[in-house]
Ligand binder design. Structure first.
Ligand SMILES: NC(=O)c1ccc[n+]([C@@H]2O[C@H](COP(=O)([O-])OP(=O)(O)OC[C@H]3O[C@@H](n4cnc5c(N)ncnc54)[C@H](O)[C@@H]3O)[C@@H](O)[C@H]2O)c1
Length: 362
């Protein structure tokens, strides 16, 4: 099968991941691109082997040489761009979040039979340590308590749309939460969530030194003012029938280093995992560590070399390409990804309306 790729949005993630991956892949025989920013287009033309630059999104999704559309634009554009590409019979690899609110989620669900052609890009699920935890989790009995964190010291994304709620859908909860909630749900086999609550706060947004120095985006160079319409810290409490889930997220804090952790406690044992997802360079761990204990026997410490984010991202893209080549539906993955979006929407809606679903103790 000859595969043509159309990439929309040529910012940081496209230049870091999508363009290097697709322009160096022997399965791909055509790469077309579109961005509204001429500076980005020229930069990409200079640095990558591009077959065609399109002048509109419409012309890109109608191009017969393109089978897969990669969406890497600001969040508020994803849902309409996904819908347009899919109804033009394209496969769609879309950056997270697939959409930014419940109404948009309904618009995606309306795609029904087309949804098997949608590939949400959630690379953290492909890390070796998450899959090691997935392998061990069945041995620790009934799980009753889970904690997941992703905390950064100075990690506010630089493009100004990230901190404009109308364009991003929210702050750290929708940005890093899209990954962490997805990984937790994946590890726990997607439990039904009965209650959800959050505490969202904005503490560091107007401090320039709290921006992510590794997110070298050129977008909005002239417009670097950070608005204060989103949260930079989020604590989330979820309750299913049998377990509590606590999630702690920060784009910025007074900590020097960044870390992602999971603690999973069951009736027979526990798993504690420390790593760092994403592209931040503020790492103090050379290795990812999993501490695994069952039946109060000696704890087992598993060390793994820290992930190179490009490698597990590329693995996910390879996996998606293989599915496209086999013409295999991705519908189960999509339905699971919808569960994370639904929870994030519920948390923001409750916060806006001042609703506490239920008070309970973790
Ligand atoms: N999966 C991950 O690990 C991961 C990591 C980083 C970013 N992302 C996601 O990728 C997306 C892009 O993030 P980024 O950091 O690259 O942002 P960015 O600001 O660097 O890039 C966005 C690009 O979209 C372009 N754009 C804006 N409006 C457009 C339009 N109407 N049509 C075409 N192009 C348009 C901009 O000019 C810019 O080049 C976001 O949704 C983000 O959440 C995912």
């Amino acid at each position: 099968m000859s595969i043509g790729i159309g990439i929309i949005g040529l910012g940081w993630i496209s230049q870091k991941i999508h363009l290097p991956f697709f322009t160096n892949n022997s399965d791909i025989d055509f790469v077309g691109v579109f961005d509204i920013d001429d500076f980005k287009v020229n930069e990409v033309k200079k640095n990558f082997k591009i077959n065609q630059v399109f002048n509109t999104y419409d012309s890109l999704i109608k191009c017969k040489k393109i089978n897969i559309v990669v969406i890497a634009t600001p969040n508020h554009l994803h849902q309409t761009q996904i819908n347009e590409a899919i109804i033009n019979n394209k496969y769609v690899f879309s950056e997270k979040p697939l959409c930014i609110n419940g109404l948009e989620l309904e618009n995606l669900k309306a795609l029904e039979s087309h949804l098997g052609n949608l590939f949400p890009l959630l690379p953290s699920r492909y890390t070796q340590e998450v899959n090691k935890v997935k392998e061990l989790i069945g041995t620790i009995g009934d799980i009753y308590k889970v904690k997941g964190t992703w905390n950064r010291g100075n990690g506010i994304p630089t493009s100004s749309w990230f901190t404009n709620k109308n364009k991003s859908g929210g702050g750290v909860l929708i940005d890093l939460g899209s990954h962490i909630i997805d990984v937790i749900f994946y590890l726990l086999d997607f439990p039904d969530i009965l209650n959800s609550n959050s505490f969202l706060s904005n503490n560091f947004l107007n401090q320039n030194e709290k921006k992510a120095n590794w997110h070298e985006s050129n977008t909005d160079k002239k417009n670097t003012r950070i608005s204060d319409s989103v949260e930079d810290n989020a604590q989330v409490f979820l309750k299913s029938r049998d377990m509590s889930i606590y999630i702690d997220l920060s784009w910025a804090s007074v900590r020097k280093y960044d870390e992602s952790t999971f603690e999973i406690h069951g009736t027979k044992g526990s798993i504690i995992m420390k790593t760092l997802f994403g592209f931040s360079r503020n790492r103090y761990l050379d290795n990812s560590t999993i501490v695994y204990e069952v039946d109060q026997k000696e704890e087992i410490v598993i060390q793994m070399k820290n992930n190179n984010p490009s490698s597990y991202y590329f693995e996910m893209l390879e996996n998606n390409l293989a599915k496209v080549k086999r013409k295999e539906s991705n519908i189960d993955y999509v339905k699971n990804a919808f569960k994370t979006i639904d929870i994030i929407d519920r948390l923001y809606t409750n916060q806006n309306l001042g609703i506490n679903e239920e008070v309970y103790y973790v």
